[in-house]
Design a protein around this ligand. Structure first.
Ligand code: NAI
Length: 331
């Protein structure tokens, strides 16, 4: 039998946490033959609720779940973890300035970076979900200099999956028959959902998604804005933000990173930019990535037309500004 993998979920008493921990305990994230030990962190006001989640995990009697650590102590939470899913953060409240929210999250991600750096297992893989996800991940990277940059990522897989969902509904095809959509840039409304290279499996072979949709106006307009604004549409409908889809996408992100993506396919992940596609180096930016042997690589050589170029640059610009704002909170 395999040794258990320790998976940290921060903000585990929150909405996404409540959807995510049972998925992990059922093997959705790491496979149905991989035992896990869950580490759950939240803050003292949520300690009792967190303990309630732990009780439910015990009650669900998941065969793969070999242990649960539920704590408000960040060192205890981070000790020995192989995977860290960072869902905890400070939400934007009505009337708050962007800078104030950034400042709260910068201080959270700075201190959690240090705890992970000192106490996580070597080669721990980190996924930041909490918003502003790209910039929180960047702060985590900066304050955990001994964790390789390639181990620190943020979640744009939900946006990627939303793009698959929209194309699937539009063409009336299965999501599993669509591949290679891309989310470029920030997990925000400036993200660029791109189907230029996406294909669909049909009874007469693989076809370009763009040709099948055959409505560039929709692809360059409503499709993009629907994906960009989907989070807001969910809040409007549910009065709560996306939780089950965020949790499921976080599992997809880690699963593909650890277990690999099929030959010829890619997924979207927020990763540390090396300057690929003329995106400024040193940002956490969502790129198309292929994964093998537990490592991602940015898919190279995709053609970028003028329309796409502008979109890639606009979202990079927003991330550059966010980075500057985050740094201004440090001083
Ligand atoms: P929530 O408010 O229900 O849960 C957040 C939890 O984090 C709370 O239990 C809170 O006590 C905890 N927390 C706050 N500060 C903490 C700290 N310093 N350490 C540990 N835990 C802490 O929020 P929800 O709906 O679960 O969302 C979590 C985050 O995920 C939000 O920032 C949200 O904007 C983001 N999000 C990101 C998505 C993405 O695709 N990247 C999609 C959906 C949400």
């Amino acid at each position: 039998a395999k040794d258990p993998v320790r998976v940290l979920v921060t903000g585990a008493a929150g909405q996404i946490g409540y959807a995510l921990v049972p998925m992990i305990a059922r093997g959705v994230m790491l496979g149905s033959d991989q035992p896990v030990i869950l580490h759950m962190l939240d803050i003292p006001p949520a300690a009792e609720a967190l303990n309630g989640v732990k009780m439910e995990l015990v009650d669900a009697a998941f065969p793969l779940l070999k242990g649960v650590v539920a704590t408000t102590d960040v060192v205890e939470a981070c000790t020995g973890v192989n995977i860290a899913v960072m869902v905890g953060g400070f939400p934007r409240k009505e009337g708050m300035e962007r800078k104030d929210v950034m400042s709260k999250n910068v201080s959270i991600y700075k201190s959690q970076a240090s705890a992970l750096e000192s106490h996580a297992a070597p080669n721990c893989k980190v996924l930041v979900v909490a918003n502003p996800a790209n910039t929180n991940a960047l702060i985590l990277k900066e304050f955990a200099p001994s964790i390789p940059a390639k181990n620190i990522t943020c979640l744009t897989r939900l946006d990627h999956n939303r793009a698959l969902g929209q194309i699937s509904e539009r063409l009336n095809v299965q999501v599993s028959d669509i591949k290679n959509v891309i989310i470029w840039g920030n997990h925000s409304s400036t993200q660029y959902p791109d189907v230029s290279h996406a294909t669909v499996k049909t009874s007469s072979g693989e076809k370009s998604a763009r040709e099948l949709v055959s409505d560039d106006e929709w692809l360059k307009g409503e499709f993009i804005t629907t994906v960009q604004q989907r989070g807001a549409a969910i809040i409007k409908a549910r009065k709560l933000s996306s939780a089950l889809s965020a949790a499921s996408s976080a599992c997809d992100h880690i699963r593909d990173w650890v277990l690999g993506t099929p030959e010829g396919t890619w997924v979207s992940m927020g990763v540390y930019s090396d300057g690929s596609y003329n995106v400024p180096a040193g940002l956490i930016y969502s790129f198309p990535v292929a994964c093998k042997d537990g490592e991602w690589t940015i898919v190279q050589g995709l053609s970028i037309d003028e329309f796409s170029r502008k979109k890639l640059d606009a979202t990079a610009e927003e991330l550059t500004e966010e980075k500057a704002l985050a740094y201004s909170c440090l001083s």
